[in-house]
Design a protein around this ligand. Structure first.
Ligand code: ADP
Ligand code: MG
Length: 358
């Protein structure tokens, strides 16, 4: 089939490389002529994501269109959907591109989130002075902790500036025990497959490691599956959906979700019999999806900024280069996955790399 992918970053690239192995042809769209996906795509449309004509031209040439990120104009996608096959549908986008809409939506599905409020101007921030820890987040467009400011009794000038510039939400800071994510792929209302849960560690708001060792309690895992399934069914997702949770006192608190493969699911490439990318491509091309099994214990570490300059051949992990043309602080440049039969071996293999990162 001919598959169109909107967005040419690493997620698009890994979708494309997997789709090529399955025999598909890839048409990509991104403003950058040298973005990661061009390593694999057969044809690349260079244009902005709001260029309706260009989006239309992409859709015209392919059998199905998917996307690697949520910041596509909703109305444009609704319009395109009238004539073309877009997976996941605009409904998935509607409930994932705005943090307020997203959290309100999952609350309505009976899933617990942190307390949150919409904030439009800096006067509304004044009442958070001397009230403890909160996180201010832009409603739309934030990723990797970008567009977020922590308030700790004090409302700093940067927080006032942020809210005066962009509509935001303010959330209570959760002193969680740990963070997890679950990835599910849905083909239709009776075919839905879960990937094993992984444990996520963030540094400065950016995912640092994801660990999948099958050591999360069954109670937590079942709850995460139940919530992810409720969401995937209600959104009628066709493709892969990732849901992030905070875990506090064995309770799950929904943090956010994405209707696409997710950074925390990269371990599935080496760790499982099927990757999150493969199941995504299978679902959007209306093929049977595969039940994931964790074959190995895995630890994935993101390679951020200057870390890409390391000699990865020195380590016992599988290195993935995103082929980005410019190194920037905080930019995800690649990832490395350590794989082992047991946890001791996993620690042993990853120790040297993690120590050197300190
Ligand atoms: P992004 O879209 O940038 O991933 P998130 O809302 O997931 O934004 O925030 C990134 C990380 O910041 C989270 O994974 C978590 O570690 C931390 N964080 C975000 N919101 C909260 C919160 N309300 N309480 C505690 N930590 C939080
Ligand atoms: Mg997140």
């Amino acid at each position: 089939m001919k598959i169109g992918i909107i967005g040419g970053g690493q997620l698009g690239m890994m979708m494309a490389s997997c789709a090529k192995e399955l025999g598909h042809t890839i048409y990509s769209l991104d403003p950058s002529p040298e973005c990661s996906i061009t390593k694999y795509s057969d044809k690349h449309f260079i244009c902005n994501f709001d260029d309706k004509l260009c989006l239309n031209n992409l859709c015209k040439e392919v059998d199905v269109v998917t996307y690697e990120f949520e910041n596509i104009d909703y109305d444009t996608l609704v319009e395109l959907e009238k004539s073309y096959n877009i997976k996941p549908s605009s409904k998935a986008l509607l409930f994932t591109q705005n943090r307020f809409v997203e959290k309100t939506y999952v609350n309505e599905l009976g899933i617990n989130t942190v307390d949150f409020k919409k904030i439009h101007n800096s006067q509304q921030l004044t009442k958070y002075e001397n009230k403890g820890k909160f996180i201010l987040k832009t409603l739309c467009g934030g990723y990797d902790g970008k567009g977020q400011i922590m308030l700790d009794n004090i409302v700093c000038e940067n927080a006032r500036k942020l809210v005066n510039r962009y509509p935001c939400i303010i959330e209570k800071f959760v002193d969680f025990d740990y963070e997890i994510s679950i990835i599910v792929t849905r083909l239709n209302s009776y075919e839905l497959e879960f990937f094993p849960i992984c444990l996520n560690e963030h540094r400065s708001g950016i995912l640092f490691t994801s660990t999948a060792t099958n050591n999360i309690s069954k109670t937590i895992e079942n709850k995460a599956r139940e919530y992810a399934s409720t969401i995937a069914q209600d959104l009628e997702i066709v493709g892969t959906l990732a849901v992030e949770f905070f875990v506090k006192d064995e309770e799950l608190i929904f943090n956010e979700m994405a209707p696409r493969p997710h950074n925390s699911g990269h371990y599935t490439i080496e760790g499982c019999n099927v990757s999150q990318f493969e199941n995504h491509i299978l679902a959007i091309t209306n093929s049977k999806i595969i039940k994931p099994i964790l074959n190995n214990k895995c630890l994935m570490v993101n390679v951020i900024g200057d870390d890409i300059k390391r000699d990865f051949s020195k380590y016992e992990g599988v290195f993935h280069d995103y082929y980005k043309n410019e190194i920037k602080p905080g930019r995800k440049m690649g990832h490395i996955t350590f794989v082992a039969n047991n946890i001791d071996e996993l620690n042993e293999k990853s120790e040297k790399y993690l120590e050197e990162l300190q």
